[in-house]
Design a protein around this ligand. Structure first.
Ligand SMILES: Cc1cc2nc3c(=O)[nH]c(=O)nc-3n(C[C@H](O)[C@H](O)[C@H](O)COP(=O)(O)O)c2cc1C
Length: 402
């Protein structure tokens, strides 16, 4: 007897989530104000955060019709592996405070969907646990300031079995996150009446995420900034060790390249000159990123510098990007401008917060479906066909004249 394979039913709480932005609305109602503020916010006046979105709106599509698109294939090859779709989950710190066992939830959903997930170094679950989920997980590190601490961290990451290391390099000094102060967020969180009130008016998060974590796993600590354990997430007097990073330079990257035998990706590149130095220093890939607008406010959107960087690197290593991607059409625009792959941040944390692994799976499905559908509407069957001539820059001088 033939059995018909049906798609798994979408859990009831996710049926009204039709696009990635819907997760943000749901998360605003689920997360306490300081935590929602930490995830959604950026630096200073949020100028870069806004530009990350508006840059996508400056491109339109030029579809072709009556081409056979019945065999569409949205898979993509990256570092010798075929991924189901051209996006992955960007590294996000403190995921396990927003979502119960956040990093594991993200890693498992990514592994199930055959996409990569980058685990943040500012995370609250030991990297060894996340590595066990499999090779869908990459590890992102912020460089400790001293060579012996850098090497100790690399050794630990290697021992855990990660094959891909992402070094984030856009944090020479701490950003000005006024939004965090306004919403009451800090690391560690400081116990006070206001924080208690913020938790009380979000009882589902308090019970299902925070108290559940405390009871089953104890107080979360920063586990992976260094080779050794860091500060707890909630403490009255403890100071978090951010380390001094403002002296770090390209020689430190060379040290890491000599020591790290796995794949090395550098994240936070915006200038073509830096992209060339990184390539010449032996990195295997570059993520063009302004950290979701969370570092230097006023930095342009990565989409605006992507074509220049792609031209400068001329195909020698993959150029990836992140920042502001919320739709399948955004993914296709980034690929059209030369990205080999893209990453998406905030929507996946919101999805993990409101519905755990099922939520992240649903978010991945939504974005994958949008890509697949838009490929059909655009008249392409393979992502290799997503070339720049399928896009039109919506500025006066680039508009079609006849
Ligand atoms: C809550 C949050 C935490 C983040 N933590 C990190 C981090 O630990 N390491 C890192 O390299 N980038 C971090 N980022 C930046 C993301 O990796 C990514 O560059 C950015 O979120 C992409 O923009 P998007 O959120 O608009 O998709 C963080 C972003 C958010 C929203």
């Amino acid at each position: 007897m033939k059995t018909r394979k049906t798609a798994p039913a979408i859990p009831r709480r996710l049926r009204r989530i039709l696009c990635l932005d819907d997760f943000e609305i749901a998360a605003r109602h689920y997360l306490p104000r300081p935590i929602f503020g930490y995830v959604s916010g950026a630096a200073e006046s949020n100028a870069s955060l806004r530009d990350n979105r508006s840059a996508f709106a400056e491109y339109g599509f030029v579809p072709r019709v009556l081409v056979d698109v019945s065999q569409r294939n949205p898979s993509v090859e990256l570092f010798g592996r075929t991924y189901a779709t051209p996006f992955g989950i960007a590294p996000m710190g403190i995921s396990a405070l927003a979502a119960y066992r956040g990093d594991l939830v993200l890693a498992r959903a990514a592994a199930d969907a055959n996409i990569p997930m980058v685990m943040s170094g500012s995370s609250l679950i030991r990297l060894e646990e996340v590595a066990k989920v499999g090779d869908a997980a990459w590890f992102q590190a912020y460089l400790p300031g001293e060579p012996d601490r850098i090497l100790a961290l690399l050794e630990r990451v290697e021992r855990a079995g990660f094959e891909t290391l992402v070094l984030t390099v856009d944090t020479a000094v701490l950003a000005n996150r006024e939004n965090n102060i306004r919403s009451g967020f800090s690391t560690p969180l400081r116990p006070c009446l206001r924080l208690a009130w913020d938790g009380m008016i979000r009882p589902r998060w308090t019970l299902n995420t925070f108290l559940h974590t405390l009871l089953k796993h104890g107080m979360p600590h920063f586990e992976n900034s260094y080779a050794t354990r860091g500060a707890p997430i909630l403490a009255r007097n403890v100071m978090r060790d951010f380390g001094a990073r403002d002296h770090l330079n390209w020689r430190h990257l060379e040290l890491i390249r000599q020591r790290w035998k796995g794949r090395l990706v550098i994240k936070g590149i915006m200038a073509k000159e830096d992209a060339c130095i990184a390539r010449d220093s032996g990195v295997d890939g570059i993520i063009v990123s302004n950290h979701g607008g969370r570092q230097l406010d006023g930095t342009v959107s990565p989409l605006r510098v992507l074509p220049t960087i792609v031209n400068a690197i001329a195909g020698s290593i993959p150029i990836m990007m992140d920042g502001g991607i919320r739709r399948g059409s955004d993914v296709l625009k980034a690929l059209g401008l030369g990205a080999a792959f893209v990453f998406v941040g905030r929507p996946f944390i919101y999805a993990a917060a409101v519905a755990g692994q099922a939520g992240v799976g649903h978010a991945i499905d939504i974005l994958s479906t949008e890509i697949n559908r838009n490929m059909g509407l655009l008249g392409i069957s393979s992502l290799a066909d997503m070339q720049e001539h399928r896009l039109l820059k919506l500025s006066a001088e680039a508009r079609c004249r006849d």
